[in-house]
Structures are given as structure tokens and as C-alpha cells.
Design a protein around this ligand. Structure first.
Ligand code: ADP
Length: 327
């Protein structure tokens, strides 16, 4: 253990994700357990710049483990991208006697944390909170499992109407840069095609597969499209397909922000709790500029630099599996 830690800060930043509350609770209660004071900053880095914050004790985080969103709220803060903004943030941290900061967010938030730490020598620890699962160094990010289950539930409902009316549905799910949600949910809902940014697919392949499916007796189909798919969005894909398959009853559904909401699943609550404990322990051990994650079932750390500069690869084996079972 390094020198004894007395006071840390915690914030949530960037896109919100279910399970962020469970992570805040875990950070706060771990600090209480070790006799460390915790200040929670509201609205991400904006709250640090504005000194919009309050002390959090164990009771302040009661009844939040089950709630989606984040009690500290989240924000995108342009001022923190400037050196002057980060100087203000550092001055406020110093004024409060804060010796380390836990940042719960995505790679943008970690980039900001890394700059703050490099410029002002304040320890920062990252906890990956994003529904997209697109962070290097962890098998899962907080919120991914909940979002997956939300998508699966929504698509199951759409499938009921798809099968009743022999329809072909193009369903767009979140994932601007990554296809983790589309790939995993696509397997779970039995999608005919899964279109993700990591994989280049031709429209011809999609159409051939849909035609073959129909020839083999398939009466309805679901095509899952990640929003970052390079060929175009779900609406575009549907319109293009209609040109080639005019007798198909084609519909489009864009799931949108509902994917971010809802109570976190058990897996996300447990992950968030494990990573909250780990983050405080990292600060107590005198470490900085690392992200806590989980690899092969065990909590691990990775340098924030790697977390933000490297991209997690999509599981090719999962792609192969999806291909086999989507006849
Ligand atoms: P996420 O953390 O979900 O990827 P963003 O990319 O919007 O979300 O980043 C969240 C916040 O992190 C930004 O509003 C900004 O305050 C801070 N941030 C992001 N990128 C940088 C950067 N290059 N330099 C400094 N701060 C950044």
C-alpha cells in the first residue's frame, strides 16, 4: 500500500449506461469501509470545473444499485477539452483536498482523465461504463449486458409481429463504431443477417441470403443493423433491398435511446460493484492512469493509454457461429 489516502472524487461522464449507479455506490462504500472521504461531482467534468459537488456517505448511495442512469448525472463538457478548463478542474480538486479521481465513462472520458493526470500529476482511475462494450482491456463494460437484454426483449416482440405477417424487419441497434450489441443480440434473437461496422458486407450477400431463406421455407426474417454499418442505416438498407425484392413486406425499426435505459441486470450490478472496489484499491495502492476491467472472469487493470489508443477486436468466432445458425 502507498501513503494513506484520505479523500477522493468520483464522477460519471459521457454517455450514460445502466450500472453506473452501482459503480458509484461501490466506490463510495469501499471508501467508507476504509475511512476515506468521497466527493461526488455532478455532470461529469463540468461539475469539477464548476465545483458542483457534494460529499457522499454510505447512506447517500442507498437504493440506487437497481436504478438505470446515474445519480451524479452525466454531461459532455467542451471546456474540459482545453488546458484552461482542466486547470480550473485541478484547482477545485486541490481546494477540496482531493488526492485521486475515479472516472466512470467511456474512452472520451478516459482521454480527459489521462490529460488531467499527465498535466497536473493527480492520480486517476477509470471504470468502463458504456453500453457499446467498445473499450480495449476489458471483456465487458458496465451497461453492455443490460443493453443486450433490452435489445433482445424488444426484438422478440418485433419477431411476434414479423412472423404473424411474414415480414422482413431491418432493426437498427446502437453501436456507432462497434458491432458488439448487434452481433451478440443478433445471435440471441436468431437474426438472418447481422451487419456491423467491423465487417464489410455487400448488399448482394444480404439479398442472396434472404432469398435462399425464403426458398428454404423461411417466412419471416430479421436483419440486425448496427448504427455504424458502413453500407448505410437500416432505412437505407430496407429501401435498397425493396428494389431487389419488391414482393417482400419490409419494415424498419430503430430502437434508439430505449437501449440506454432500464434497471441494470444482475451481471452489470456485479461487474460495477467489483470494478468500484478495484478502483478504490488501485488508488490506495498508489496507482494511477489505469482502467479496471474484467478479463476471463477476473478483475484486471490496463493502462488508460492502452484503453484509449487500442480497439477491442470483434470475436470472429462469434461471427462464424452466427453464420452457421442463420440458415
Ligand atoms: P465517452 O466517455 O462516453 O466516450 P465523450 O467522448 O463524449 O464520451 O467524452 C466525455 C467527456 O470527456 C467530454 O465531454 C469531455 O469533457 C471529455 N473528453 C473527451 N475527449 C477529450 C479530450 N480529447 N480531451 C479532453 N477531454 C476530453
Amino acid at each position: 500500500m502507498g501513503k494513506s489516502l484520505k479523500h477522493i472524487g468520483v464522477l460519471t461522464s459521457g454517455g450514460d449506461a445502466p450500472g453506473m449507479n452501482a459503480a458509484i455506490r461501490s466506490v463510495v462504500r469501499t471508501c467508507t469501509h476504509h475511512g476515506i472521504e468521497v466527493t461526488g461531482f455532478y455532470e461529469g467534468y463540468q461539475g469539477v470545473i464548476d465545483d458542483n459537488a457534494e460529499t457522499l456517505d454510505a447512506r447517500a448511495v442507498a437504493h440506487i444499485i437497481n436504478r438505470g442512469g446515474t445519480m451524479l448525472r452525466s454531461a459532455r463538457c467542451a471546456e474540459f477539452r482545453t488546458r484552461e478548463g482542466r486547470q480550473k478542474a485541478y484547482d477545485n480538486l486541490k481546494k477540496r483536498g482531493i488526492e485521486g479521481l475515479v472516472v466512470i465513462g467511456g474512452d472520451g472520458s478516459f482521454t480527459g482523465a489521462s490529460l488531467l493526470s499527465d498535466e497536473f500529476d493527480i492520480p486517476v482511475i477509470g471504470i468502463p461504463g458504456t453500453i457499446d462494450n467498445d473499450i480495449y482491456g476489458t471483456d465487458f463494460t458496465i451497461g453492455f449486458d443490460t443493453a443486450l437484454n433490452t435489445v433482445v426483449d424488444a426484438v422478440d416482440r418485433i419477431r411476434d409481429t414479423a412472423t404473424s405477417h411474414n415480414r422482413l424487419f431491418f432493426i437498427e441497434v446502437m453501436g456507432r463504431d462497434s458491432g458488439f450489441i448487434a452481433l451478440n443480440a443478433g445471435i440471441a434473437v436468431g437474426a438472418t443477417n447481422i451487419l456491423i461496422p467491423e465487417e464489410s458486407t455487400e448488399l448482394d450477400e444480404v439479398i442472396t441470403k434472404l432469398k435462399t431463406g425464403r426458398e428454404n421455407g423461411k417466412t419471416s426474417s430479421i436483419v440486425l443493423v448496427a448504427e455504424g454499418e458502413k453500407m448505410g442505416d437500416a432505412l437505407f438498407m430496407a429501401e435498397e433491398t425493396k428494389k431487389h425484392l419488391p414482393d417482400y413486406d419490409i419494415r424498419v425499426s430503430v430502437l434508439g435511446h430505449m437501449q440506454r435505459g432500464g434497471n441494470p441486470t444482475c451481471a452489470d450490478r456485479v461487474l460495477a460493484t467489483r470494478l468500484g472496489v478495484a478502483a478504490v484499491e488501485q488508488l490506495m495502492a498508489g496507482h494511477s492512469s489505469v482502467m479496471c476491467g474484467v478479463r476471463n472472469g477476473s478483475v484486471c487493470t490496463v493502462s488508460i493509454h492502452d484503453a484509449i489508443s487500442r480497439k477491442p477486436g470483434i470475436d470472429r468466432n462469434l461471427m462464424h457461429i452466427a453464420e452457421i445458425v442463420s440458415l
